[in-house]
Design a protein around this ligand. Structure first.
Ligand code: B12
Ligand code: SF4
Length: 484
């Protein structure tokens, strides 16, 4: 069968999707054909070209909560234009928010949880013309009737999952052997996290997972090393990212991986996600020996009360400070994730977040604005209390939570200048880069740059300038601009 996957990445920085990479690998291993529609804007001509060229028997999209509005429009378009192509949806949003099939009237089915088994079963039975309405994890629609099957499937042994299908993604297909990738490839080894942070999707995913005791799982070191080695044979890169929810959760597994880690891989750097309670000297030394070049941990806020009681990250400032100091001694740079705009945020708590980061001096820091996800404790509470004011496709530019103590403009301004103010204290080079970023993103800079480019084009190529004017006047032309 020919399965066309769809991934919407409108206004988001993501360029890879592990779930689709694995699902495609599973289907290809069984002899099916797959392709991927990568959406960077709602460009129907690109959608139509892809569907006409690939002629799919099944259209299978994924969605997280930010992109789900675009996916809805995509399904409307596909089901109206190609009514003979059945459409299905899976991914974290439908897993965390129940009964999504009712939001998408034209879908054949919605799949919750992991789908390596259920999707293969569906495709195999569809191809054989057999009944498929009893496949676990799926809710189907048949002649107006809804058939819900239990969420019972998950991958029990991650070693059985084939290595991710990189080539389905354009950036990997375009990569030339021997030419270094201009970005860091991403890997995922273990799945799941046992902590209860009130804002995090992982807690929502665990809440509905069929067997909570097995939610956190890891493949064997041989599987992990094999995936990196395969990719190193096909692509050239000196750094990669390990996207595991919490790479440092199982010390025994991590040390075993470190023991098996081959010498030739140690020259390639990698970054991981950690959590301070799971990091000690032994873990840091093992990571350092393997080539780890950055450990990313959540600090989230410099206000211990907010962190403990609202975010349910029950860790002391002292623990964070100690781990940052230890990592400095061992020689691994640390990255801090921060978030502002949570319910209860004030000017004072934001000030504390900046001050705390100045104290721990992360090599890199990220700051985002709290976004409420349905299916998480804090997200659901915000919706119940009617604190949510809107929906956006990323969590860097807007606050969607009502807050009587703080305006959205103040939160956005704090985020805008956070890096400049942080790095100015201990890393002038980074502060300068952050300042340049602020200027580049400003509206005045965009206007000046656009005017300068228009002037230069007019002087050098008057014909191009005229074409640009025509394009501006004809919105259809603008709308059908090609996908980046
Ligand atoms: C790694 C990761 C990333 C990576 C890679 C993206 C990816 N999804 O692979 C990067 C850094 C690029 C990224 C980006 C983003 N991420 Co992210 N990310 C994760 C993380 C930590 C792991 C995801 C993962 O790989 N899991 C393992 C794989 C195997 O599982 P999976 O992707 O869910 O896929 C399985 C099933 O869902 C299902 N499935 C998935 N799609 C489909 C489709 C069909 C048709 C079917 C049948 C089944 C199916 O089968 C798959 C295989 O078993 C999760 C946390 C988590 N545990 O989910 C957050 C998470 C998914 N990300 C999140 C967010 C918000 C984002 C961004 C919006 C951030 C941003 N502002 O840019 C973007 C959006 C990217 C996008 N367009 O999807 C949120 C989503 C919350 C929500 N309710 O939607 C999560 C839950 C973290 C959180 N903050 O709570 N992310
Ligand atoms: S530790 Fe990280 S991955 Fe785990 S629940 Fe908290 S925020 Fe999510």
């Amino acid at each position: 069968m020919r399965v066309l996957f769809a991934l919407s990445m409108i206004n988001c920085r993501a360029k890879y999707h592990h779930g689709l990479g694995f699902l495609s690998a599973v289907l290809k291993e069984a002899g099916h054909e797959t392709a991927l529609l990568e959406l960077y804007d709602l460009d129907w001509s690109h959608v139509d070209e892809t569907i006409k060229a690939f002629q799919p028997d099944l259209f299978a999209a994924t969605a997280e909560s930010h992109q789900v509005v675009y996916i809805k429009r995509l399904f409307d378009h596909v089901s109206a234009t190609y009514p003979h192509v059945p459409c299905i949806l899976g991914g974290v949003h439908v897993t965390m928010v129940p009964n999504q099939i009712f939001q998408f009237p034209k879908l054949l089915g919605v799949c919750v949880g992991e789908a390596e088994g259920p999707l293969l079963e569906l495709v195999t039975r569809m191809e054989a013309g057999k009944d498929f309405y009893d496949i676990p994890n799926f809710t189907f629609r048949r002649n107006g009737e809804t058939i819900s099957n239990p969420y019972s499937y998950y991958v029990q042994n991650l070693d059985t999952v084939p290595y991710s299908d990189r080539r389905m993604f354009k950036r990997f297909r375009d990569a030339k052997r021997g030419v270094p990738l201009r970005w860091h490839p991403r890997f995922i080894f273990s799945r799941g996290c046992p902590y209860d942070c009130s804002y995090c999707g992982c807690t929502g995913l665990r809440a509905v997972f069929p067997n909570k005791k097995e939610y956190v799982r890891a493949p064997s070191p041989t599987w992990c090393i094999g995936q990196v080695e395969r990719d190193l044979q096909e692509y050239t890169f000196d750094t990669f990212v390990i996207d595991d929810d919490l790479f440092t959760i199982n010390k025994k597994w991590l040390l075993e991986l470190a023991n098996h880690y081959p010498e030739h891989l140690k020259r390639v750097n990698f970054m991981v996600n950690g959590r301070v309670e799971t990091i000690d000297r032994e873990v840091l030394e093992a990571l350092k020996d393997m080539g780890c070049s950055l450990i990313q941990v959540g600090v989230e806020t410099g206000d211990e009360d907010l962190r403990t009681h609202i975010l349910k990250r029950r860790m002391k400032d002292r623990q964070i400070i100690e781990v940052f100091e230890l990592a400095r001694k061992v020689g691994i740079p640390m990255h801090s994730f921060n978030m502002v705009g949570v319910p209860g945020e004030t000017r004072e708590t934001m000030r504390k977040t900046l001050a705390f980061n100045r104290r721990i001096k992360p090599a890199r820091a990220q700051i985002s604005i709290f976004y409420p996800y349905r299916g998480t404790a804090l997200g659901d509470e915000c919706f119940e209390k009617k604190l949510v004011t809107g929906h956006y496709d990323n969590y860097f530019a807007h606050s969607v939570i009502k807050n009587d103590l703080l305006s959205e403009a103040e939160i956005v301004r704090f985020v805008k200048y956070f890096h400049v103010r942080l790095y100015a204290c201990y890393a002038p080079g980074l502060a300068w880069r952050a300042l340049k970023d602020v200027v580049r993103r400003s509206a005045t800079y965009s206007r000046v740059r656009a005017a300068w480019r228009a002037l230069a084009t007019t002087v050098r190529h008057p014909a191009y300038a005229w074409a640009a004017v025509v394009k501006e006047r004809n919105p259809r032309l603008l709308y059908s601009r090609s996908v980046r």
